[in-house]
Design a protein around this ligand. Structure first.
Ligand code: SF4
Length: 348
């Protein structure tokens, strides 16, 4: 089908009502920006999932970063999108306002260069992400060791998607998943097969351009309407069935699986990646960080599990806006609440 035919297929869908989840925050953003979401008829509901790494970062992780920032002789290095994510007492912006040291970087290489220039400062790197960025952090750990940098440690909040999707399959009425394309580049599309077979749901790996979004959604809608489980790779230019084995090997060398706290989903065994014992000197205390101080009234947990559209959070557009975010989903450019707010002008 060409683009016009795919758009007509989706907008003309008259089958049973479907609840489909785009897992990845980049897909949430792309669906809005491309206008593809607005093509969908009322009987196809797209739910935003927990695939924005900033949005699922637990409060105690932010608390720990803030505490490091406020400790003399320490500097937290982070990507800028973490600055306003709320902790239980303050965000990193709040820690900065209290005199804490938080610097930003655009590439991990910059962070290592800064650590090399300031040997008297302890640098804590906010290593946040999913399978897509985990190999980058493994490479950072390898580089820090190779350069003999003893003033660099990683506070990791690295998570893996299939475990979270398994939890969603168990609890939410979701008919199928638009699987995260960037994650699948590393994991491979076959990483989703055990889930698809366990739950009998369609899982379609998709890309991010309007054409690729249309293609993936046409496949997903067609399979979900038939109630047919399985895995389909509609992003074959970048995703191979077995993924990037080199990146997987690097991750396996440096990280092992453990329980991770997800904002909104709680602790999920086996969903986190932590530095192995052999690299404990590089770890800034990443294990056991729970999500135990959700901001009062914030419904991020319901938004991230597809149980509540962003607009139905009582705080949306009132107490919670991109300028004054209450929850993490209003902070990140890939957060569902922020995207909906910016795309709709904040109308509820
Ligand atoms: Fe949380 Fe704000 Fe979204 Fe409500 S609108 S769920 S408070 S981020």
């Amino acid at each position: 089908m060409n683009e016009r035919e795919m758009a007509a297929f989706l907008s003309g869908y008259r089958g049973r009502p479907l609840r489909l989840m785009e897992v990845c925050g980049t897909h949430t953003s792309a669906l809005h920006k491309s206008g593809v979401r607005s093509l969908l008829p009322g009987r196809i509901t797209m739910l935003s999932g927990p695939g924005c790494p900033v949005c699922v970062t637990p409060t105690s992780y932010i608390d720990k970063l803030a505490a490091y920032a406020l400790t003399p002789g320490h500097c937290v290095l982070s990507f800028g999108d973490m600055l306003h994510v709320p902790g239980s007492a303050m965000s990193l912006a709040g820690a900065r306002a209290r005199g804490g040291r938080v610097d930003f970087f655009y590439a991990p290489e910059q962070a290592l260069a800064q650590a090399a220039r300031e040997p008297g400062t302890q640098f804590i790197l906010a290593a946040v992400g999913f399978e897509t960025t985990a190999p980058v952090w493994a490479a950072v750990a390898a580089q820090a060791r190779a350069r003999g940098l003893t003033n660099v440690r990683l506070l990791t909040a690295l998570k893996t998607m299939p475990v979270a999707m398994d939890a969603l399959c168990a609890s939410a009425g979701i008919d199928g998943f638009l699987c995260p394309g960037h994650v699948a580049v590393v994991t491979g599309s076959e990483a989703f097969r055990p889930l698809a077979e366990k739950w009998g749901k369609p899982m379609v790996v998709g890309g991010f351009t309007p054409t690729l979004l249309l293609r993936a959604l046409c496949r997903l809608v067609a399979q979900a309407a038939r109630g047919q489980g399985g895995v389909w790779n509609e992003y074959p230019a970048f995703v191979r069935p077995q993924g990037n084995e080199k990146a997987q090997a690097l991750c396996a060398e440096y990280f092992e699986a453990g329980t991770a706290g997800w904002r909104g989903l709680g602790p999920l065994p086996g969903s986190g990646l932590y530095l192995r014992e052999a690299f404990a000197a590089l770890d800034a205390g990443s294990r056991g960080l729970a999500d135990d101080h959700a901001p009062a009234g914030c419904r991020c947990g319901d938004v991230l599990t597809g149980a509540l559209p962003s607009r139905e959070c009582p705080l949306f557009g009132k107490a919670c806006t991109p300028g004054r975010p209450v929850g993490a989903c209003m902070v990140s450019p890939e957060g569902a609440c922020r995207i909906v707010y910016l795309e709709t002008g904040g109308d509820r």
